[in-house]
Design a protein around this ligand. Structure first.
Ligand code: FES
Length: 135
């Protein structure tokens, strides 16, 4: 199956409006992994609060979200649950072969799949709750 460029093309993706977590539960540099099962389908994504030192803009209350699926060999990215950052905390890193992705657009800038992009999931925060946004 080709790597999806749009999150809604991922089998098992939940609909817009789905609640994910509380924004205040995600500390700087940490992430919340949200998993959805629909029969045999599994959809996993993460909501990340990049370190302030990264100096990048971020969606929805300082948070960004991507499908937890590396475009290189299609494994989850985190090396431990919720751990997605490089040692210097400047990028997202895949634990499998070390690909590094920019926070702001998910572009791979180092490692085995340069030019590939993580699949972004649009999010919004309302009353402190993080939701999947439309489209
Ligand atoms: S699977 Fe992510 S770098 Fe290979």
């Amino acid at each position: 199956m080709p790597y999806p460029s749009h999150w809604q093309d991922v089998e098992g993706a939940p609909p817009p409006g789905t609640a994910l977590c509380q924004a205040s539960d995600i500390a700087e540099g940490q992430a919340h992994v949200a998993t959805f099962r629909d029969g045999s389908l599994l959809f996993e994504m993460f909501v990340l609060r990049p370190p302030a030192t990264a100096g990048v803009g971020a969606d929805a209350g300082g948070l960004i979200a991507y499908v937890n699926d590396c475009p290189h060999a299609r494994t989850p990215l985190d090396w431990q649950a919720g751990q997605f950052l490089t040692a210097d905390r400047t990028r997202i890193q895949c634990a499998t072969h070390g690909a590094e992705f920019r926070f702001e657009d998910g572009l791979c800038v180092h490692g085995p799949c340069p030019g590939a992009r993580l699949t972004r999931v649009p999010i919004a925060v309302r009353d402190g709750t993080v939701f999947i946004a439309g489209g």
